[in-house]
Design a protein around this ligand. Structure first.
Ligand SMILES: [Fe+2]
Ligand SMILES: [Fe+2]
Length: 161
């Protein structure tokens, strides 16, 4: 029996989602610690690391989805990808607000209001991101796996290189 390796760009997107979820979880713990236990350089560093990852890596991930995956899926159905594109834009806006708040952690001991603002913006980003990933993993990707031919999946994989 010949075992054919599945051509699965979806597996790659899901793997990237898992890594993103880890960073979201770290952001959640670190920003909660800022509010509950006060400022520390180490906690602020953890927040910056997570936010840096979300801003850079996820930017690339979302662009890959928009340029490689969505156009192929849109040959079959348009509604779901419109929603995902809009959510990418909303996430970008929220991340920008979070980065602005994190910048104010800067030098010296930040005020309680600054820590609270970081926590609030982080919670919005986390909630929107987890929701977005959940929709892609459980609605969008199963749709892709159901409707797309092997050739279409191969095309997506090619566009990802
Ligand atoms: Fe997405
Ligand atoms: Fe995604």
């Amino acid at each position: 029996m010949v075992v054919r390796r599945p051509i699965d760009p979806i597996a790659r997107f899901m793997q990237e989602h898992d890594v993103t979820l880890m960073h979201l979880s770290s952001l959640n713990r670190a920003t909660r610690a800022l509010v509950e236990h006060g400022y520390s350089r180490e906690t602020a560093l953890r927040v910056r690391d997570a936010v840096g990852f979300l801003a850079d890596e996820v930017e690339v991930h979302n662009r890959h989805e928009e340029e490689a995956l969505f156009p192929v899926l849109e040959r079959y159905v348009e509604g779901p990808t419109d929603v995902m594109r809009e959510e990418h834009r909303a996430l970008k806006r929220e991340l920008k607000k979070l980065r602005g708040a994190v910048k104010k952690l800067g030098a010296g001991r930040p005020r309680a209001a600054t820590l609270k603002a970081v926590r609030t913006h982080a919670q919005t980003v986390i909630q929107k991101f987890v929701n977005h990933i959940h929709k892609e993993n459980n609605i969008l990707f199963p749709l892709v796996q159901k409707f797309l031919t092997r050739d279409a999946l191969r095309e997506i994989a090619r566009r990802l290189v």
